[in-house]
Design a protein around this ligand. Structure first.
Ligand code: AMP
Length: 405
């Protein structure tokens, strides 16, 4: 079965085509600047050169049509015909309390995703547009949605409720949902597989730290707590997001700087975090380099980022009454030996002992970076959210194709 995995945003769309007999990627690519005359398609068939093409693509339906055309192109394509796309899987950021797993798309599911626009106004509308665009082009294939929040639906109320009046939860669904669930689930499953122990018997903390970042405590094989909240703004300090701050800063900033709600929201999401503290750098590589050259703001940004991450790891070790596995993933987690060392060297009280040469080895593979006598196994596991989506889509679509007894 070939599966088209789609990650659609408001003006862009990323895709990968998987052959599920071998779980291999046949092609990947993206369409950017959808809605403009200068939309750009980047297409990369596996093992062959990347191709870029600028053309007018005015909506998501045309973008999918363009993607399908390149997928079956005799020269650049990887499929013989459109009939070889057997199912599509979509990443959807917010599944609210309605979805604790991936599901096949039907009218009710689309309606529910729409109802959740309020909770994810920047993300869910793009995802629904992607679903409708595939439906318009390939009306007969099953489509499956995979939610960033679903993995965290196992959190107990003690972790997911906020200590504010009940009406906000009952009437408006104000609670912790958590995000990056597909990634936390993938790396925790993979870590358990590599260590050779059932995930249910482990106390694991997974750190997905890229541009956005979140930490998850996994107990009894399930997400027990996670640092992102009702929205992806809570928790760690991130590239441009503040993460945890005193909520009283919001009305204070509105009052003192005469800001509107939208302006404060934008300040906390787009002009805070590493970017704000370093004085304009949002990329961790740049910050580490500048800090090394003596830039004090960059050094403070790095130190705060590392400190806040370490505090979460400590908090979750306390939440689970212990930890036996720590996993780093995503852009910073996979690539920055410097950050991993800064964090782990101050967690020796938990029994963490880093193997410095394993930590510094340049590799794209899953690897253990703790020393053999470390009480906690520390791993770097490159995330693969698209493969997770393809697997869930394969499972749900196969159910749809196999008549149930
Ligand atoms: P992601 O959102 O997972 O794609 O992660 C993107 C972020 O990873 C970038 O903003 C960089 O800050 C960070 N990153 C990538 N490579 C490195 C590296 N070698 N060292 C430090 N940070 C890195």
């Amino acid at each position: 079965m070939n599966i088209l995995v789609i990650n659609a945003g408001s003006s862009s769309l990323k895709y990968q085509v998987f052959d599920m007999t071998t779980e291999s990627v046949l092609a990947r690519g993206k369409v950017e600047r959808i809605g403009m005359e200068t939309a750009m398609l980047t297409h990369e068939p596996t093992g062959r050169p990347e191709l870029r093409e600028v053309s007018e693509i005015l909506d998501h339906t045309s973008a999918i049509r363009r993607v399908l055309r390149i997928l079956i192109d005799p020269k650049e394509g990887v499929l013989r015909s459109i009939e070889e796309v057997h199912a599509a899987g979509h990443r959807v950021v917010h599944g609210g309390e309605a979805f604790s797993g991936s599901v096949k798309v039907d009218d009710k599911v689309k309606e529910e995703i729409k109802r959740l626009f309020d909770l994810a106004p920047l993300h869910n509308p793009g995802a629904l547009t992607g679903i409708l665009a595939v439906e318009a082009n390939l009306p007969d294939i099953p489509q499956v949605v995979v939610f960033d929040t679903a993995f965290h639906q196992t959190m107990p109320p003690v972790a997911f409720r906020y200590p504010i009046p009940n009406v906000f939860y009952r009437k408006h669904g104000v609670r912790r949902y958590g995000f990056h669930g597909t990634s936390h689930q993938y790396v925790s499953d993979r870590a358990a597989e590599l260590i050779g122990k059932p995930l249910e018997q482990m106390k694991m903390i997974t750190c997905h730290i890229g541009n956005g970042g979140s930490v998850t405590a996994i107990l009894d094989g399930k997400s027990f707590d996670t640092s992102m909240g009702m929205t992806p703004l809570e928790g760690l300090m991130m590239g441009t997001r503040s993460g945890d701050i005193d909520p009283a800063i919001v009305p204070f900033a509105m009052d003192k700087e005469d800001l509107s709600l939208n302006e404060v929201n934008s300040m906390l999401n787009k002009h805070s975090g590493l970017f704000a503290v370093s004085g304009g750098m949002g990329d961790m590589r740049e910050i580490i380099e500048a800090a090394g050259e003596g830039d004090r703001n960059a050094k403070l940004a790095f130190d705060m980022y590392e400190y806040r991450l370490r505090k979460y790891i400590g908090a979750y070790a306390a939440a689970m009454n212990g930890i036996d596995t720590l996993v780093f993933t995503a852009g910073v987690g996979e690539n920055s030996a410097y950050l991993r060392k800064a964090v782990c060297d101050k967690l020796t009280f938990l029994g963490i002992q880093l193997d410095d040469s394993a930590n510094e080895a340049r590799s794209r593979d899953d690897r253990r970076i703790s020393s053999p006598d470390s009480r906690v196994e520390v791993w770097v596991i490159p995330t693969n959210e698209e493969l997770m989506i393809a697997r869930d889509t394969f499972r749900e679509a196969s159910k749809a194709l196999t008549p149930q007894a």
